[in-house]
Design a binder for this molecule. Structure first.
Ligand code: ZN
Length: 246
């Protein structure tokens, strides 16, 4: 499994980080997890094509996680592909409907197969197994676990450290991509202290921190010190276009 961190920034831009987006390439399928502003360009920069994405997963419907959605569909349409499978939390169908209403010239052009998921849903896409859990954010939000062959990855989306992600980790997970968007306590988000308390003793082999506000970006050493007091595995600070073989 290959994970490509397309966008590792927050709503406030920095020169090297666009908003949220991750590609997961399992060889069987190419999943795009969230697509905030800048992600369409990052897909091209990563060497992939948006035409090859088999499924788009939304963690939730805040702008920094979904604003490139129509841009991706439109680019694909111009390249001869008009279908997409879309997976997201409650409200995803309505959200897509409202987006398309804003752009009458796009209506009727796309064939979308959209599924809304509930916590602890488990299903297969080809040989890949997908699990979802509700997280602790400001609106319906999901974390995803993808298992393919003997590899596994979880993406938290936006959340405070929560039981749902603990359940997804279960006996173990190879890679946990967890947001760490703030330095101090912010409702619905994670900071280094709450992450350290959460991660202690959990069977996670590699922890990738992402969704950095400018404030977090300028305090990374400090954050590593705090999280590593509780976690012995490898800690990686995500960067845009970083590729990992999992
Ligand atoms: Zn966010």
């Amino acid at each position: 499994m290959r994970v490509v961190l397309l966008g590792t920034g927050f709503s406030i831009p920095t020169p090297s980080r666009v908003q949220t987006g991750i590609l997961v390439d399992t060889n069987n399928n190419l999943y795009l997890l969230d697509c905030g502003s800048g992600v369409l360009s990052r897909i091209i920069q990563s060497g992939y094509s948006p035409k090859d994405i088999t499924h788009i997963f939304f963690t939730h419907h805040h702008l920094d996680h979904n604003s490139d959605f129509l841009a991706i569909l439109k680019a694909n349409y111009l390249m001869g592909r008009n279908d997409m499978r879309v997976i997201g939390p409650t409200g995803t169908v309505k959200w897509i409907e409202m987006q398309l209403k804003s752009y009458p010239y796009l209506q009727g052009r796309f064939e979308l197969d959209t599924k809304e998921l509930q916590s602890m849903d488990v299903f297969n896409i080809g040989r890949d197994e997908i699990r979802v859990a509700t997280t602790s954010h400001l609106e319906p939000s999901l974390a995803y676990r993808i298992d393919s062959k003997s590899s596994s990855v979880i993406f938290s989306g936006d959340t405070e450290p929560c039981e749902g992600i603990k359940k997804l980790i279960g006996d173990n997970v190879g890679v946990l991509i967890h947001e760490c968007s703030s330095i101090s306590k912010v409702s619905g988000h994670t900071n280094p202290k709450t992450l350290a308390r959460f991660i202690k003793g959990l069977p996670v082999y590699k922890l990738i921190l992402t969704h950095f506000s400018p404030e977090v970006e300028s305090n990374m050493e400090n954050i590593k010190d705090i999280v590593s007091t509780a976690f012995n595995g490898e800690i990686i600070f995500a960067e845009d276009l970083m590729k990992l073989e999992v």
